[in-house]
Design a protein around this ligand. Structure first.
Ligand code: C2E
Ligand code: C2E
Ligand code: C2E
Length: 89
């Protein structure tokens, strides 16, 4: 096991996401809304997503998963801890 502990989860900050301009955040916001709807999980301030979903989102944003992760950290939507989740890909 890693000395830093288990692989962290990818946790989307939904409140921060709502504050971002639609041209940037639109695809991620729609993706997150779809997952919330599939789970029936509407009341959260955050949403834990699958690692596989970050891969899909990277395709949508035409970036590598690590590039997209950096962008989402820059927007304040992902915690910097998320870097370790993506290194595990
Ligand atoms: P599914 O993938 O067949 O999962 C069925 C149920 O197994 C889920 O119902 C959930 O209770 C549990 N489950 C599956 N994977 C996980 C996991 O990694 N962690 C946890 N805690 N539970 C898990 P739920 O949540 O009502 O989701 C229903 C369906 O909605 C899922 O069926 C899947 O098709 C979709 N879905 C939900 N959340 C996600 C997501 O984060 N990403 C993707 N790609 N699909 C999701
Ligand atoms: P955690 O994973 O560190 O999550 C902490 C809190 O963040 C959760 O408290 C919840 O308020 C919020 N949160 C995280 N991901 C989501 C999400 O996808 N949707 C929503 N609506 N909220 C989210 P909560 O619910 O009291 O859970 C406390 C702890 O219990 C979690 O800490 C986790 O360790 C465990 N837990 C809860 N649900 C699951 C689950 O589906 N799978 C697993 N493996 N653990 C869970
Ligand atoms: P988690 O619930 O703590 O699950 C951690 C990891 O255990 C998942 O990482 C996945 O690799 C595995 N896992 C847990 N439950 C299942 C399951 O029912 N089927 C399979 N095939 N694998 C499972 P992953 O996929 O990266 O998901 C990260 C987190 O996203 C999960 O943490 C959970 O908080 C959330 N999540 C993912 N899928 C679902 C879902 O379908 N429903 C709900 N409610 N939460 C989900």
């Amino acid at each position: 096991p890693s000395p830093l502990g288990p692989t962290p989860k990818l946790v989307i900050d939904l409140e921060r996401l709502q504050q971002l301009p639609k041209d940037k955040a639109g695809p991620l916001a729609r993706y997150a809304a779809t997952i919330q709807s599939q789970r029936g999980d509407y009341n959260g301030k955050v949403l834990s997503i699958r690692q596989e979903d970050l891969r899909s989102l990277a395709v949508i944003y035409d970036k590598s998963p690590s590039e997209l992760t950096e962008e989402l950290i820059g927007w304040g939507v992902l915690d910097p801890e998320a870097r370790r989740a993506v290194e595990a890909f």
